[in-house]
Design a protein around this ligand. Structure first.
Ligand code: ATP
Length: 229
């Protein structure tokens, strides 16, 4: 089966200290996959490895393929940044308007008129379930949005790039129940249309939103051999 992302024996290490993996999985087109595991198992690090944005000093081993193409480690692949988009746990909202924020990213990769960009922003805000709440104030500061709206704005910004896969890192962990529900509704609406890898520590959320689960366990420490003599 063709996978949007295929991961084989992915490991992340800090010099010779194993931090994450090995983990293997494939993301089928249109599927929503939950990436689960205990705190510290490496869920966020796996997402960062998939977009080749590991913190300095950490090394990725194993094989990652996006749309059938192997992704080399630390190659600064700009193309990858638009194909696989990571939405971080804490929404990053810039100082400009809601429209500026939705277009941040896409305006650097799409040569288009202001009108075309605005149409793309409208589609993305709609897909993220935010359009009705913001359509009459697109030029207002994005900083005024609520926490749940900010998370959906970041989702819209990612969707505007029309990525092959979306990586969502605990998108509701900082939200109250009501905002969580609005973000969950937006993620649920992507099911079948977008390819999503969702990190969540909440099994009930994974059951609500995901077609399948990838379990990530902390790496087993291999004991060093005792010194001879
Ligand atoms: N820059 C870094 N340098 C060294 N170790 C790191 C670095 N970043 C993460 N780690 C280690 O990598 C491991 C995985 O961390 P990560 O944050 O990916 O786990 P997680 O499963 O997402 O945890 P949580 O559910 O608590 O968010 C941890 O042992 C962490 O201490």
């Amino acid at each position: 089966m063709d996978h949007v992302i295929a991961v084989r024996e992915l490991r992340v290490r800090d010099r010779d200290k194993a931090l994450v993996g090995p983990v293997s999985f494939g993301l089928v087109q249109g599927s929503t996959t939950g990436l689960c595991g205990p705190s510290g198992a490496g869920k966020s690090t796996v997402l960062r490895a998939l977009v080749d944005l590991l913190p300095a000093g950490l090394v990725r081993d194993g094989h990652v393929e996006v749309l059938g193409r192997a992704i080399a480690h630390r190659k600064g692949d700009a193309d990858l940044r638009t194909k696989v988009v990571l939405v971080p746990q804490t929404p990053v909202v810039f100082g400009g308007s809601i429209l500026d924020n939705a277009l941040f990213g896409i305006r650097h990769v799409l040569r288009a008129s202001r009108g075309q960009l605005r149409d793309r922003a409208e589609e993305a805000l709609n897909e993220a379930g935010l359009w009705k709440e913001v359509c009459d104030r697109l030029d207002s500061p994005a900083q005024n949005l609520s926490a749940g709206q900010r998370q959906r704005l970041c989702l819209a910004r990612a969707l505007a790039l029309e990525p092959a896969a979306l990586l969502l890192d605990e998108p509701t962990s900082a939200l109250d129940e009501r905002s969580r529900d609005t973000v969950e509704e937006s993620v649920a609406a992507l099911r079948g249309r977008r390819t999503v890898l969702l990190v969540s520590h909440d099994p009930a959320q994974v059951a609500r939103l995901c077609d399948r689960t990838v379990q990530l366990d902390p790496p087993v420490a291999v004991p060093r051999p005792a010194p001879v003599g």
